[in-house]
Structure formats: structure tokens, C-alpha cells
Design a protein around this ligand. Structure first.
Ligand code: ATP
Length: 309
């Protein structure tokens, strides 16, 4: 027995730490599925967010030290504004989000990423991640109640807070249709939620977390019109008053973004509002747009070279 105890204990430890790290990072999403590779500097201070302004300053990044994933990327997300990233597959959209979340640190001479003037390499990862909410394409649900899955956005949240977040995320009515309301088990062993419902759970979680900065990776999969409308409304409620960077696939996000960055091979090749980009003669965005409009019907439009329907 004693011989077994060691390994068993160790297994328990591994299980706990794996479990913990899933919880800590919200299994950060298909989007951010790499393990964290960065270390905090000694005595690093916490990030202090005042307005939530994000600045990318001449950012260059390569995963393998040879091919460039980002090349001279500079832009600003002013306080409370929304910036949408578009571009074909492999253009560098996810890399921008991963760098802002500090899944990788920029090396010397690779530029800087600042939040309210603080280089994100100089502050603690914990405080950075506290300030940044992430809504992934495909959220992870725990095999627990729907209430737990939402309340997890903020430790110790009350049932009233959970309900308010679910309402704002356009999920409350759906939850009330479940047999046990907020106590209904979801996940593999309970009620299975659709992609759109899972995304609204992630939005509700993030509303509870209440971060000043948001990273959004919109779902590419087709959604029916009413789900699409619900998600749009939920996202509007979430994005309001926060600085956001979205990988945009949807018409609504692209049209209403304060700034659209068009990426190709790691570079920003066009930028402006929707109207401004459409007005560029022979513009890349304008031609992507024309292609999509001619071959599509509605809001499931994709501008990222992924599946269109
Ligand atoms: P998609 O729309 O397909 O998600 P994207 O615009 O988000 O594409 P990125 O994922 O940022 O593109 O990829 C940018 C470049 O970096 C691509 O050339 C890609 O092959 C490369 N890349 C991305 N992730 C890794 C990785 N973990 N290791 C090595 N190279 C990577």
C-alpha cells in the first residue's frame, strides 16, 4: 500500500494541477491553446489599467525564428473602441491576440505592446490576464450546472449577478427553458449546448469578470438568424465601454467596428472604417467584400477565407 501511495498521491497532484491550470486559463480556448512560455520579471509590478488603451509598436514576431508571422505591425486601440482584424487564413490575426495575452513575449528589437503606456512584458501575467477577457470561438463548459459555468467568471458571484449577466448575454430565457433552470447540468453529461449558446455562456462569464479589455474570436460556423441576432445583442452589451480586439467574421462586427485592420502575410495592408475601406479604389477589403457579397446571402459572411456558409 505504501508503495502505491506515492504514485497515487502524485497522480492526484497531477490531476489537481492539470485541473487547476484548466480553470486558471479557462482552457484558454482553441484560440490560445499553447502552454504559456513566458516568465514574469523579478519584482514585476501589476498592470494598472486606467483607460485600457492598447498600442502595438512595430511588432515583429516569428514562431520558429525563420518565417515571420507578424512584420512591422503598429496600431492603437483607443480607450473603449473596437478594432476588428480581418484577413485570410494565416495572415496573423490570432498571433496578435496571443501576443496581447502574453502567450509569447516579444524579444529585443521585436517592438513593444503597451497597455496604458505599460509594456506588457514588464507587468505580472496575472494582472494582465485579470484585465483581459477572452471570448473564444469554442468555449469550454464544465460538467456542472449552467449557473456554475457562468458564475465562474467571477468568484463568489451571487445568483442575482449570474442572472443579470445571463440576461445581458441573451441566455436567460433559454436557461429558464431547461428542466432545472440555472441548476441544470450542462456539458457532456447534461444538456448539450449549441455553439451559439456556448458562446453566449462565454459572454455572460466575461460580463461577470468585467474586464476593461476584450479579445474576441468570433465563431465562423453558420448560425441561424435568431441565434445570430442574440449573439450580436450580447456582444454589443459586452463590448460597450471596453477596448476590444476581434477576429471578425461577421458583417455586424465589421460594419460597426471603429477601426478595421486588414492583414496579409503578417502585415497591415489597409486600415480604416468599413466605409473608408470600401471607398478605396481596387482595395483589398473592397474586393474581399465584393466577392463575399456576390456569393453569399447574409450575416454568415466570412472575410477570413474560412468556410463561407
Ligand atoms: P486563421 O484565420 O486561419 O486562424 P490567422 O490569421 O489567425 O489565421 P495566425 O494563426 O496568426 O493566422 O498565423 C500566422 C502565421 O503564423 C501563419 O503563417 C501560421 O502558419 C504561423 N503560426 C501560427 N501558429 C503557429 C505555431 N504555434 N507555430 C508555428 N507557426 C505558427
Amino acid at each position: 500500500l505504501a508503495q502505491l501511495y506515492g504514485p497515487l498521491n502524485q497522480l492526484g497532484y497531477i490531476y489537481r494541477s492539470v485541473n487547476q491550470s484548466l480553470v486558471d486559463t479557462e482552457k484558454l480556448l482553441a484560440l490560445l491553446n499553447e502552454p504559456t512560455e513566458v516568465n514574469d520579471k523579478e519584482n514585476a509590478p501589476d498592470l494598472v489599467v486606467n483607460s485600457g488603451e492598447i498600442t502595438f509598436e512595430d511588432v515583429n514576431f516569428s514562431y520558429d525564428g525563420r518565417t515571420s508571422a507578424l512584420n512591422g505591425v503598429s496600431f492603437k486601440v483607443p480607450k473603449g473602441s473596437s478594432v476588428a482584424l480581418v484577413g485570410e487564413s494565416g495572415a496573423g490575426k490570432s498571433t496578435i491576440l496571443r501576443l496581447l495575452y502574453r502567450f509569447y513575449d516579444l524579444g529585443e528589437g521585436q517592438g513593444r505592446i503597451l497597455i496604458d503606456g505599460q509594456d506588457i512584458r514588464d507587468v505580472t501575467q496575472k494582472s494582465l490576464r485579470q484585465a483581459v477577457g477572452v471570448v473564444p470561438q469554442d468555449s469550454v463548459l464544465f460538467n456542472s450546472s449552467i449557473g456554475y459555468n457562468i458564475g465562474y467568471g467571477k468568484l463568489g458571484s451571487t445568483p442575482d449577478e449570474i442572472e443579470a449577466a445571463a440576461k445581458s448575454a441573451q441566455m436567460h430565457d433559454r436557461i429558464m427553458s431547461f428542466p432545472d433552470g440555472y441548476d441544470t447540468k450542462v456539458g457532456e453529461r447534461g444538456v448539450r449546448l449549441s455553439g451559439g449558446e456556448k458562446q453566449r455562456v462565454a459572454i455572460a462569464r466575461t460580463l461577470l469578470k468585467n474586464p476593461p479589455i476584450l479579445l474576441l474570436d468570433e465563431a465562423t460556423s453558420a448560425l441561424d438568424t435568431s441565434t445570430e441576432k442574440d449573439i450580436q445583442k450580447a456582444l454589443q452589451n459586452l463590448v460597450k465601454g471596453r477596448s476590444s480586439l476581434s477576429i471578425a467574421h461577421r458583417l455586424s462586427t465589421i460594419a460597426s467596428a471603429d477601426l478595421i485592420l486588414v492583414l496579409r502575410e503578417g502585415q497591415i495592408i489597409e486600415q480604416g472604417s468599413f466605409k473608408e475601406l470600401l471607398a478605396i479604389e481596387d482595395g483589398v477589403f473592397a474586393s474581399m467584400w465584393a466577392d463575399q457579397v456576390s456569393s453569399n446571402d447574409d450575416a454568415a459572411l466570412s472575410l477570413n477565407g474560412s468556410s463561407i456558409k
